[in-house]
Design a protein around this ligand. Structure first.
Ligand SMILES: [Zn+2]
Length: 481
């Protein structure tokens, strides 16, 4: 009951959404906790509320600057001034200033890389840390070794902070990923809370076509509302932009743009000045635009995990939305190319390490390593070197399996929703009225005219839960919550 009072006091809500209370209670009891909650169900509240109920600083490890800034802005909208992001956008002086005044803050957001910084760690050690949150924790498993090895170094940093309770949060995790997160980060004895990844208001379609450009132009002409078009490569993003810019209010976004430019585009998109954003998956995490009516994947995503995350950015307001995947034979090659590059980097790393071991005069190893290889070297010094090599190989195999699962999604002769959810271990799937192409749902949404303007509030307003919220309210007494 006390938790309900706190919920009302700090956020003005009467009830918790499914999962929130259980996760908060577990964390407050001092247990390491993993919460798997779908996008748009109030994940942030799971650490914000216990933050208010605990002494000390809440440290939130977040993969992207955009995501941190979004969370800080959301807290500020809620009247919380003691939230700050410590990231690479700050100058040395600003960082120093912030670190010397940590006791003034309640919520500190930073990247896993920043948490490896000795000065940051020292400053944190002087604080009382209430608990540490690892947001988007699937990154640890998916990116942990070949993209952001610092994720794998988190346990060491946490140990340096006297092992405070850890809350790992993610929207999508297979049983294997959940196990990986638990083993790497939570150290056994943790509580895991998993809720359905289903998004009943999103309908799923796959379109196999040799004429993607024509298909896309037609889709964008017929479909109202704003949306995202995802490509895998930057060159494809720019190509599509050139193709569409004369006909639609469109912009493009990828990691190659300058930070200022990216921020400006995000703002314009959020404000509804741009209807369509063409982007690599660098765009999206932390983009709190609730009224996206569609997400089109113009190129094949590399895994069902990423597909569910990216398509899940549609319809966060609970209104009907559409996820389309366009496929042309051979689309998977781009991912195999990336993987081959990574494989070569791994083999080169192994070669250099062996050389260094066998030849005491081999001095140049550090200069010859790529930035990623240097991180591997650091990681290898933390763990057994052989263990790291085995992990890298396993990682390559997992990537191929995920890609195969994505191809099987395209080929499936059954319901798309059932396929995706069964991949995440869900057996019972309720089929909504507008479900997928197998269920012969209509690709185009009707009556979406009202959806473009008034939704700047975003997903963190719980009143925005759409039909589900309304139903629960209407049948409060009949439906067990
Ligand atoms: Zn279906």
């Amino acid at each position: 009951m006390l938790l309900n009072l706190a919920l009302k006091k700090y956020f003005g809500y009467d009830e918790f959404r499914p999962g929130q209370r259980e996760i908060i209670e577990s964390l407050l009891s001092g247990k390491n906790t993993l919460g798997i909650l779908p996008t748009g169900t109030g994940k942030s509240l799971c650490y914000q509320l216990p933050g208010y109920l605990s002494e000390g600083l809440v440290v939130i490890v977040s993969p992207l600057i955009a995501l941190m800034e979004d969370q800080v802005a959301s807290l500020q909208r809620n009247g919380e001034k003691r939230a700050i992001a410590l990231n690479s956008q700050l100058s040395q002086e600003e960082k120093h200033y912030l670190l010397s005044r940590l006791q003034q803050y309640k919520f500190l957001f930073l990247s896993p890389e920043m948490l490896q910084n000795q000065k940051v760690l020292e400053a944190l050690k002087r604080q009382q840390v209430a608990f540490v949150v690892v947001d988007e924790a699937h990154c640890l498993s998916q990116w942990g070794i070949d993209f952001r090895p610092e994720y794998r170094l988190l346990p060491r940093a946490l140990h340096g902070l006297q092992d405070p309770p850890v809350l790992a949060l993610t929207a999508t995790a297979t049983a294997a990923v959940a196990k990986d997160i638990a083993a790497e980060l939570l150290g056994g004895g943790e509580s895991i809370f998993q809720y359905s990844a289903d998004r009943p208001n999103i309908a799923y379609f796959v379109c196999q076509t040799e004429e993607k450009e024509i298909w896309l132009e037609q889709f964008l002409t017929k479909q109202q509302g704003s949306g995202l078009i995802y490509c895998v490569t930057r060159s494809e993003v720019e190509h599509l932009y050139e193709l569409l810019k004369s006909r639609f209010a469109v912009a493009y976004y990828h990691g190659g743009l300058a930070g200022d430019q990216r921020r400006l585009l995000q703002e314009q998109f959020l404000a509804g000045k741009l209807r369509i954003m063409i982007a690599t998956n660098a765009f999206g995490m932390g983009i709190n635009k609730a009224d996206l009516r569609f997400v089109v994947h113009y190129q094949l995503p590399d895994s069902p995990e990423n597909y569910l995350q990216e398509s899940g950015r549609a319809g966060r307001d609970g209104e009907p939305a559409t996820a389309v995947l366009l496929y042309q034979q051979g689309d998977e090659q781009v991912h195999r190319y990336f993987r081959q590059k990574l494989q070569e980097e791994r083999q080169g790393f192994e070669y250099l390490i062996n050389e260094a071991k066998n030849n005491p005069h081999f001095q140049k190893i550090h200069q010859e390593l790529t930035p990623l290889q240097q991180k591997w070297l650091l990681l290898a010094s933390q763990k057994e070197g052989t263990q790291l090599a085995a992990q890298l190989v396993t990682n390559e195999e997992q990537k191929e399996r995920r890609l195969q699962a994505m191809l099987a999604y395209i080929r499936t002769q059954g319901c798309r929703r059932e396929y995706l959810l069964s991949y995440f271990g869900e057996a019972e799937v309720a089929i909504p009225k507008r479900c997928c192409d197998f269920h012969e749902s209509d690709l185009y949404l009707q009556n979406t005219a009202e959806s473009s303007e008034n939704s700047a509030v975003g997903e963190d307003k719980q009143a925005h839960e759409g039909w589900r919220h309304t139903l629960l309210k209407l049948f409060k007494d009949e439906i067990p919550l």
